[in-house]
Design a protein around this ligand. Sequence first.
Ligand SMILES: Cc1ncc(COP(=O)(O)O)c(C=O)c1O
Length: 362
Amino acid sequence: MNAQNNQPIYVTQPSLPPLEEYVDYLKGVWQSGILTHNGPLVQELEKQLCNTLNIKNFVTVTNGTIAIQMAIKALELKGEIITTPFSWVATISAIKWEGCTPAFCDIDPETLNINPAKIEALITDKTVAIMPVHVFGNPCHVEQIEAIAKKHNLKVIYDGAHAIGTTVNGKSVLEWGDISATSLHGTKLLNTAEGGGCITTNLDLHEKLKRIRFFGHDQNKDIVEDGFNGKMTEVHAALGLANLKYFDEVLADRKHKYLLYRDALQANSKLSFQKLNGDGCNYSYFPVIFETEQTLLEAEKKLNKQKIFPRRYFYPSLNTLGHIVEYQPMPESESIAKRILCLPLYKNLQIDDIEKIIRLIA
Ligand SMILES: Cc1ncc(COP(=O)(O)O)c(C=O)c1O
């Protein structure tokens, strides 16, 4: 789909494998008759994810929101969780659904991640954890955050919904923190349509997460945990396995297109870009920051006229969702949320469409 054949261009399109390759996996499902309950494809996907990402453990689950809830549940947290207002609403809804309260910490307006220098001032006797987000796949300052958490005896859960393929010092960022939660949603670099995962290097927590995912069952099917149903199905795991074969290609393609956008648009002094922390970002999104909300709206209108639909993401800043949380002013996040637009970026996006978008914006 592209502007040449007059089809709309959306901010993203899911990466899909050749249909036959997915069907091959499904034939196995039909033969085995196993649809769920930690079936062979789920186990194979978890194994291959560990190999591909070079990590020790991966518990697949139904989606990234459940992955965050399971992380909170596994760590038995009750109290305030310091988190960022510049995220998708799932970050705070997961916190609230687990009976905890989000306490917002403003962001660094350059990296767009939680500002580690502002965390300590927010710690109270009710604080139990810190939940930073690797925004747009840009890794947080994990060492600084770990030092703060250790000093104050707090848990760290990373919302790594965007962070599959992101590295710090050459290693997956998903192994930082007590638990990381990631998303395998259709819009992510690797997808199982809907899906997600919990990653921890702590084997006891890993086993506990597996029990929580499966109604609290242990190996003998005794119910030993306050669990629920977070199981990924074989049909979803099959899509993940078929997609995983192309993961490196998808990563390389994103980086190439990200750099095309950035190299062309950075000549425009009225635009600014997320400052990447190190060289391990997975380039999963291409956000542009405008000088004012007005100029963003003008650019968006211009693109929409050409059937190009970028996305205001993340917008609005979560601290302003008065029906969900109590308002606490977060000037940096509120300002960025009003001025940021994610441009189309996906595997099937044509280079001449990127060039057209660049011309329209510049
Ligand atoms: C930062 C962030 N956290 C959590 C989620 C929730 O993931 P899922 O859609 O898989 O539930 C998303 C979804 O896009 C997200 O962007």
